[in-house]
Design a protein around this ligand. Structure first.
Ligand code: CDP
Ligand code: CDP
Length: 216
């Protein structure tokens, strides 16, 4: 356990966090954890239970009864909500448009942060999200803030047919009181606007080497 470490990747929507995290994790032999999937799964359950995502008291009392279980499948972490593993629903329009409201609630964040930290008991991690280097694992030396021009990010979502207001979600995630999206102290910024997926991974590996990670 003491030898376990975390590569923290944060950034706005469609900046390339999941793609990079997956490739780094497989290259380094680490578990990839997509923290946004947990916020999305909670949002999906809240909507399914017909609770207003803007009503924080109602969300908090529902959350007390929701059973969240994390696991792993190969190199990727998995989540079950009340025994069910959500699928494509996590990328649906209703989740995209409500996840920022649910994840702005401090009690929701408290619960998710604890679940995220528990992953380190079992293995070293590449974890991606919004507050991984600022709040979840602030002591890790390996921190990348990944970004891309707004029109590039919107085009990436559009290309896969996803209905998502990237701009609105980023404004909410950056403007909230608790754990807003920002560049952590010590994080290096990686702009992927002009990167291919492969050249982005290479650039990330150079950053991690500069930060002292032993990669061959
Ligand atoms: O992949 P994409 O950038 O579209 O989003 P995501 O990483 O799946 O995260 C979905 C939403 O969850 C974000 O818009 C945030 O509101 C929230 N989130 C968060 O608050 N903190 C995190 N560490 C990760 C996600
Ligand atoms: O996790 P996040 O929302 O930050 O982004 P992603 O899901 O990893 O990437 C969003 C989309 O951009 C995906 O369709 C990737 O294939 C694409 N992408 C790209 O075109 N060029 C890159 N350098 C990185 C990602």
């Amino acid at each position: 356990r003491s030898g376990n470490y975390v590569v923290a990747i944060d950034g706005p929507a469609a900046s390339g966090k999941s793609t990079l995290a997956r490739k780094l994790a497989s290259r380094l032999g680490l578990l990839m954890v997509n923290s946004g999937a947990i916020y999305r799964a909670i949002t999906w359950e809240i909507v399914r239970e017909n609770i207003n995502p803007e009503d924080s008291d109602a969300v908090i009392s529902a959350l007390e009864k929701i059973d969240i279980e994390t696991g792993r499948n190969g190199g990727v972490s998995t989540i079950r909500i009340n025994g069910v593993q959500p699928g494509d629903e996590l990328r649906s329009e209703v989740v995209n448009s409500n996840v920022s409201a649910v994840s702005a609630i401090p009690k929701v964040r408290e619960k998710v942060v604890q679940l995220l930290r528990d992953h380190l008991e079992h293995s070293s991690l590449v974890m991606e999200g919004r507050d991984i280097a600022t709040i979840v694992f602030p002591d890790t030396p390996y921190k990348i803030y990944i970004t891309a021009a707004e029109h590039v990010r919107a085009a990436r979502r559009h290309k896969v047919g996803e209905v998502d207001s990237v701009k609105r979600r980023d404004a909410a995630d950056s403007g909230r009181k608790t754990a807003p999206l920002k560049v952590a102290d010590g994080a290096e910024i990686l702009d992927t606007s002009d990167h291919t997926i492969e050249s982005g991974v290479d650039a990330a590996i150079e950053i991690l080497k500069r930060q002292g990670l032993d990669i061959h």
